[in-house]
Design a protein. Sequence first.
Length: 393
Amino acid sequence: MHLEPILQLETDVCIVGGGVMGAATAYAISRMTEKKIILLDRYGVGNEYCSSNDVNRVFRYAYGNDPYYTKMAIESLGLWKEIEKESRQELLIPTGLLMLEGDDQQANEFNESSFGTLTKLGLGAKLYEGPELKKRFPQFRTRRGFLDPHGGVLLASKSLETMASQARAKGARILEKHVTAFRDRSGLEIETSEGQTIRTQKLVVTVGPWSNGFLKDGLTGITPTRQQVVYLRPSGDIEKFRPTSCPVFFTDHHYGLPAAGIDGVKISNKELIDPVDPETASRLVDREQIEQCKAACRKFIPDLADGEVVKSKVCFYDMTTNSDFVIDQDPEDSDVVYGYGFSGHGFKFAPLVGKLLAELVLDREPSFDLTRFSSRNSHRKPQVTRGHLGKGE
Ligand SMILES: Cc1cc2nc3c(=O)[nH]c(=O)nc-3n(C[C@H](O)[C@H](O)[C@H](O)COP(=O)(O)OP(=O)(O)OC[C@H]3O[C@@H](n4cnc5c(N)ncnc54)[C@H](O)[C@@H]3O)c2cc1C
């Protein structure tokens, strides 16, 4: 009987997971070296199931009283600008982030501490009150608002595609493959659901909400949570909600983005934590969530309260217990590198995460302190309180 030979591929670096972090890593490695790269995704790079696939995402410097993430965002902004220049694509639209004062004490504390941190770092935060607020941001109803002038809208799917195509242009191979196992005996071997084997020098795992299936005991796990987003077309003039006039905004329990890349303003609950299995969770938005988004608008952004839903979407956060990422080599095998646990606020850092993962792959000293992002459970800070959920987005 004649058997078809099983495909064997060889490469220097194999990246499993083609969301934004896998694409950013392929891009970074392809810029830094001539190494052979294969990027694999079970549904194809940038597919509609991954957490990175949406019209837009928030960029911000505001991180409460946690200047570490603010410093990462500053670093990341420089890299976003480099990608834009290299690709000649607009990916990050500056709008500012307006944090609206409401009735939730923790949200108000987050806003005020963000203002304090940005002011201390000389990053030009601004407080708007009363008539001045109304004049400058007529879309919103509240007493006061803090502006992070560095906030903006990232065109998410476009950014992912751009990084993947820049990597492809430099020789990276991008394949639709479902990885079922990897092992390191006399060299790393990756197995696919079709029975193929890929031999590689280095492996990068960036599978987001699916990470637990790839982790050994003792490594930091994640909880995938189901998140729901709604895009509402304002009942009045949509131009008031374009990025030229409308900032990204936070209310008590929701966040929103101006109508960028779509004729709708995105609204989502920033605190909904609904643990699920990514293989089986419903991908349909609940009626109740749409009503909650509209209720928040009724209070803070009246023009959106009766807005038509132009798009809705479910995707997953990959939450670690303290919302800190994992960017690390495997403690027992430095040829395996992990990037996961981006906990609902990772997109803005993608170019920096890609660069840091590339440095780990190439055994270079990371250009940012990574002690906080250890893959070892025992090395991580204890669980934090609800106040830190302000990190979402
Ligand atoms: C609703 C929502 C809103 C968000 N808003 C913001 C925001 O405003 N600002 C911000 O900074 N961040 C935000 N985030 C977070 C950010 O989008 C994520 O941190 C980021 O997209 C995670 O990217 P990733 O590449 O790690 O994971 P993913 O994008 O999920 O990619 C993982 C990939 O791995 C693939 N995969 C899984 N298993 C396998 C396997 N066995 N073999 C091969 N491939 C596999 C999957 O198909 C998938 O494509 C938000 C997230 C969500 C869900």
